[in-house]
Design a protein around this ligand. Structure first.
Ligand code: SAH
Ligand code: F3S
Length: 501
């Protein structure tokens, strides 16, 4: 149908959600919808939601509360809840917020355009979710989670020159604390040719950096005619694409950090030497209760192989504090691991019990909130010390930086220096460290050399070194100074830790 209706979409959570929103927006645009950045003038308000922690859900329910008045004033307004919360709470969403018209799980997003049509033509509220993991055979459940990847929309990307590409959906690891296998369904890989073709198309449209995403991206496997493709094969394929400068991949599962992958990261010039490989905890006993499937000894063995192959590899982690039964001694082991490994950065979360997980059913959430808060603070503090130490080693080096846009300071002040006036810009090094520097706006989306002059725990500051007229395309690693490489996706940058934990 054709219309010039306006859609407002708010996306919370991980990179998967950012990509899902991009795909939903692309599909609705083809139906004549435009985007708006203000709720007040929207004809449809969608929330693409996250269920990983209670806090993320609470925020959506209060946002729905705020939308209620607008819906009362304009009954034709379409209010939608998409993504993980839709899959987890299903009918409960409309029980709590009856003014919601559309509830669609992450495995059913391809139906959004037709469901919106149904609502517009008077068919009433629509709910589409996938099967619960226990309510059918694996095949039936797999079939009910459709991977949805065909359409893209450049305006919805982190920047027009950076894009996420999905390698697989779902997760089969079932860590005791984690709701993802329930809400995103069984692990399903996409065929390698589809992934490479999508990347080629994005590069032809001007993308210079691709981040492969999967819940456990390094578990990727696709078998066809006796040949098995793994993540290392995908990296090889992407590395050969002309015009693509940088390749990243998140998130890695420690036990699937195979030697072929480590060798690919070492040998392929466009692949960032940074690995986000969450340890989650420093204690073997807690890891066992978390059902993570490895010990700290095995984690360290994996790191040993990684650092032997790539001595400057940078490693980042996720940690959960205050998991069921966590003692002072056990918590101290997470602090110790942080200091020993010297993670480049860590995302630290207070344990949040999630219905439908093994920990929720069988373990007691017995660490008081005040203790979780304090442990969160202590671990952040330990991480800040090692992050600062790591960043300081860059002072005096020259780094190649992909310029992403205005710094938050200049964005806040709505600076408009004109194309050649200097603004404070921000970008990332090949190892994904954030760098701020003054430069003309026309450098956004380009690769520049920056001399690093100072370091904080979360970012570096520097001066642009090149002749600005000749901002260079990314070459292989800048070898002056330590070449530490680090993955960190925009949705997880350190300043946001406080909001997410
Ligand atoms: N593989 C996924 C993990 C999704 S959840 C990825 O792509 O990142 C992201 C992080 O949230 C996990 O690594 C874990 O540290 C944290 N997390 C998951 N469940 C949690 C819970 N119940 N409470 C607190 N933190 C949790
Ligand atoms: Fe969650 Fe563990 Fe999978 S953290 S996404 S169940 S690897």
């Amino acid at each position: 149908m054709s219309s010039s209706k306006r859609l407002f979409i708010e996306t919370v959570g991980c990179q998967m959600n950012v990509l899902d929103s991009e795909l939903v927006v692309a599909a609705l645009r083809r139906q004549g919808w435009d985007m708006t950045s203000t709720m007040a003038d929207a004809d449809a308000i969608f929330f693409n939601t996250c269920s990983v922690r209670q806090h993320a859900e609470d925020k959506i329910y209060s946002a729905l509360g705020r939308v209620r008045k607008q819906k009362q004033k304009s009954p034709e307004l379409i209010v939608g809840v998409l993504g993980c919360m839709a899959q987890k709470d299903q009918e409960m969403i409309r029980a709590r917020a009856p003014w919601v018209d559309l509830v669609v799980g992450p495995g059913q997003l391809h139906k959004v355009p037709s469901l919106v049509d149904l609502i517009q033509t008077g068919s009433g509220p629509q709910l589409e979710v996938s099967l619960d993991r226990k309510s059918g055979s694996r095949l039936e459940v797999v079939d009910s989670f459709e991977s949805y990847d065909p359409d893209r929309d450049a305006t919805m990307r982190p920047t027009p020159f950076q894009a996420f590409v999905r390698t697989q959906t779902g997760c089969d690891k079932f860590c005791a604390f984690c709701v993802v296998p329930r809400v995103r369904g069984p692990e399903q890989a996409r065929p390698p040719h589809a992934i490479i073709a999508e990347a080629e198309k994005l590069v032809a449209e001007g993308c210079r950096e691709i981040t492969l995403i999967g819940q456990t991206v390094n578990s990727y496997r696709w078998s066809d005619g006796g040949k098995t493709s793994r993540l290392s094969d995908l990296l090889l394929g992407l590395n050969a694409i002309d015009g693509l400068d940088r390749i990243k991949f998140v998130t890695n599962y420690p036990r699937d950090m195979t030697t072929d992958l480590i060798d690919a990261v070492r040998d392929l010039p466009k692949v960032s030497h940074s690995i986000h490989v969450p340890a989650q905890h420093g204690s073997d006993d807690v890891l066992k209760r978390m059902k993570r499937g490895y010990t700290i000894g095995q984690y360290m063995e994996m790191l040993g192989r990684l650092r032997e192959a790539i001595p400057h590899a940078a490693v980042s982690s996720d940690f959960i504090v205050g998991f069921c039964g966590e003692t002072e001694e056990e918590f101290a082991l997470s602090v110790e691991l942080t200091k020993t490994v010297k993670f480049k950065n860590s995302f630290i979360f207070k344990y949040s019990p999630r219905p439908g997980t093994k920990a929720f059913d069988r373990q007691v959430d017995d660490v008081p909130e005040s203790v979780k808060k304090e442990r969160n603070r202590l671990l952040q503090e330990a991480q800040a010390v090692v992050s600062l130490e790591g960043n300081r080693r860059f002072v005096g080096s020259r780094q190649q930086v992909l310029v992403e846009g205005l710094s938050t300071r200049d964005e806040r002040q709505a600076v408009d220096p004109g194309p050649d006036g200097l603004a404070q810009l921000t970008g990332r090094t090949m190892c994904d460290r954030i760098v701020v520097f003054d430069a003309p706006l026309r450098l956004i989306g380009r690769m520049v050399d920056v001399d690093i002059i100072s370091a904080g725990a979360w970012s570096l500051a520097g001066d642009v070194a090149d002749d600005l007229a000749n901002a260079v395309p990314l070459d292989r690693l800048e070898q002056s100074g330590p070449t530490v490489h680090q993955i960190q996706v925009p949705s997880q940058s350190p300043p946001q830790i406080a909001q997410r934990s």
